[in-house]
Design a protein around this ligand. Structure first.
Ligand SMILES: C[S@@+](CC[C@H](N)C(=O)[O-])C[C@H]1O[C@@H](n2cnc3c(N)ncnc32)[C@H](O)[C@@H]1O
Length: 318
């Protein structure tokens, strides 16, 4: 862990210290801090590109039955990437964003207002969802399960707030194997880029030291908030044990992840202005082609455990 951790420049020294012993407090500090720049950092948009991505993940997990869902709630919504794009794609009608981080809920509600979507929001812990039993037709989440300390309790809560026959869809979770190679590739790329850019001919490509230090501190805190990785079969068992039925986990992104993680790390290690529109298009198009290869070819020949992302869906019994 890095010395002098400052997950949030506005947090007190005591809060920062406490965050390292309490993953939920760490989540709030870290994601409150990230909320204002989160969409930019992750290239999140609310246009065709992200609508296609979000609805694509939804259909990969759940198929195309039942839509549109009337009342849809998201756990750990962040800035609203998944739910708002699903609503724009016609999957949900009335939306409810929830997140442990007040900063994220505020940004998600602002994004929803700007898009003219019917969305309410609450600060909420996935382990104690502040809604009545049988409130929703659909509960979704993206990249949230791996942050929740007590997953059996969270799944029981999802089951409680779903109407009978209601569906849940969680996407964007790291598999156990995928997380291992993604981290190794990320560390190697960071080490190589930050050392090569110390050389005189590449100095222009070096980010100021204080920015690199801040990124390292953020990465250290990420290690505190990232609590789980998943074996797809074990994730299915977890959902079934909470009383869900028709449970199915699917995985995706192998070649795309082997390409994407070094690229994202490289982009974070060099000054933003060095990489123009041409680079962004190259990275995006290559990632798209490799995703196609993963879906059409590699998913037919490789075991599901080696892919980077796991998605899971199922239902509360009718
Ligand atoms: C990696 S971000 C993903 C945000 C968004 N779903 C997306 O895909 O862009 C994880 C989010 O989960 C939230 N979170 C973490 N632990 C949580 C918990 N126990 N209950 C609810 N939200 C939580 C964090 O505050 C953060 O906004």
């Amino acid at each position: 862990m890095a010395a002098d951790p400052t997950p949030n420049p506005h947090a007190t020294a005591e809060e920062v210290q406490a965050a390292y012993a309490d993953p939920k407090l760490a989540n709030v500090l870290y994601h409150d801090w990230e909320a204002g720049t989160y969409d930019e950092k992750w290239s999140i948009s609310y246009d065709e590109r992200c609508i296609d991505y979000a609805t694509g993940r939804f259909h990969a997990a759940a198929g195309s039955a039942d839509r549109p869902y009337e009342k849809v709630m998201e756990l750990g919504s962040g800035t609203g990437f998944f739910l708002l794009n699903l609503m724009q794609g016609g999957i949900g009608q009335k939306g409810y964003v929830t997140d442990l981080s007040p900063g994220m809920v505020e940004v998600a509600l602002r994004n929803a207002r700007n898009l003219g979507l019917d969305v309410a929001g609450r600060v909420a812990d996935a382990e104690r969802i502040p809604y009545d039993d049988e409130s929703f037709d659909l509960v979704v989440g993206h990249a949230v399960l791996h942050h929740i300390p007590d997953l059996p309790t969270a799944f029981r809560e999802v089951r409680r707030v779903l109407k009978p026959g209601g569906r849940f869809v969680f996407a964007g979770e790291p598999t156990r194997v995928g997380d291992r190679y993604a981290r190794k590739l990320g560390h190697a790329t960071w080490w190589l880029t930050t050392n090569l850019t110390k050389l005189a001919p590449l100095r222009d490509w070096r980010r100021p030291q204080e920015e690199l230090d801040e990124s390292s501190r953020a990465a250290a805190l990420e290690a505190v908030v990232d609590l789980h990785t998943f074996d797809p079969g074990e994730l299915e068992t977890l959902a079934r044990d909470s009383g869900m039925v028709d449970v199915r986990a699917v995985t995706e992104e192998f070649a795309a992840a082997l390409f994407g993680w070094p690229v994202r790390t490289f982009e974070a290690a060099v000054p933003r202005e060095k990489l123009g529109f041409g680079w962004a298009m190259f990275a995006y198009r290559t990632w798209q082609r490799l995703s196609w290869l993963d879906e059409r070819v590699l998913s037919k020949v490789l075991p599901r455990e080696v892919f980077y992302n796991v998605l899971i869906s199922g239902r509360k019994p009718a």
